[in-house]
Design a protein around this ligand. Structure first.
Ligand code: ADP
Ligand code: MG
Length: 255
């Protein structure tokens, strides 16, 4: 059976979206059937996968407000094996519109249950906050993957994130597990990156992916071309690292 992975960290700019786009695309390149779900109103996973976020009838917003079916919300991309439930700025109002709705923590899960068997992996890009959208991602997911940027304040906020995951596990989704941590934007030239990696290893008792994503300018350029890294610059260090991460994710047997 497939695995649903929520990519979460309430800190912005740590590489959630970059990881969502490129892990999805590299898993698809490895022959896996992938659905990416963009749960961030910024819609950067949507545009980064080449879908025009301002020209969409059915997005994750319409899905969550029960204005379309999940099959109607799934869009093709130009990438083989990779489909997308897109998002755009409309989603920023969803939090309020969901107030008072029964079981609002399970809206996404109840929809995804219809189609989960069609995919090998479903990758959910979370917004940079611990809000109802993130809770929906965590009730839908089997695991949470936490990107951590290799910088001085890397661990700031991580204890709230772990607490949120624990609460969701206790109250809403007892089967939720940690997928693990992936380090992003690593710069081998600085001692700081090495210190952050050591610090996280000593403080977080969870799986740490061996693949460390380097800081690579091609990763930052690719979204403006609407392409994932393996299609934008297949030989770049960024592409190689996300391919290795995809392989590690596929090879995990302990989940
Ligand atoms: P988040 O989704 O957590 O807010 P993003 O994935 O959008 O973070 O990344 C924040 C910024 O950093 C973006 O401009 C992105 O292109 C850039 N970026 C992310 N990962 C890397 C990397 N490994 N190397 C270089 N730039 C990166
Ligand atoms: Mg993002």
């Amino acid at each position: 059976m497939g695995r649903i992975i929520a990519i979460a960290n309430q800190k912005g700019g740590v590489g959630k979206t970059t990881t969502s786009i490129n892990l999805s695309s590299c898993l698809a390149e490895a022959g896996k059937k992938i659905l990416a779900i963009d749960l961030d109103p910024q819609g950067n996973t949507t545009s980064g996968l080449g879908v025009d976020k301002d020209d969409l009838e059915n997005t994750v917003y319409e899905l969550m407000l029960d204005e379309c079916t999940i099959r109607e919300s799934i869009h093709k991309t130009e990438i083989e094996n990779l489909t997308l439930i897109p998002s755009n700025v409309n989603l920023s109002g969803a939090e309020i519109e969901l107030l008072g709705i029964n079981d609002k923590e399970y809206i996404l899960k109840n929809a995804v249950d219809y189609i989960r068997d069609d995919y090998d992996f479903i990758i959910i890009d979370c917004p940079p906050s611990l809000n109802m959208l993130t809770v929906n991602a965590m009730t839908t997911a089997d695991t949470v993957l936490v990107p951590i940027q290799c910088e001085y304040y890397a661990l700031e906020g991580i204890s709230q994130l772990i607490h949120t995951i624990d609460l969701v596990q206790e109250r809403l989704n007892p089967d939720l597990k940690m997928e693990g941590v992936v380090f992003t934007m690593y710069d081998s030239r600085t001692n700081l990156s090495n210190e952050v990696v050591d610090n996280v290893k000593n403080n977080l008792h969870t799986t740490i992916y061996k693949t460390i994503i380097p800081r690579n300018v091609r990763l930052a350029e690719a979204p403006s071309h609407g392409l994932p890294i393996n299609l934008y610059d297949s030989r770049s260090a960024g592409a190689e690292s996300y391919r290795l991460l995809a392989k590690e994710v596929i090879d995990r047997e302990d989940i």
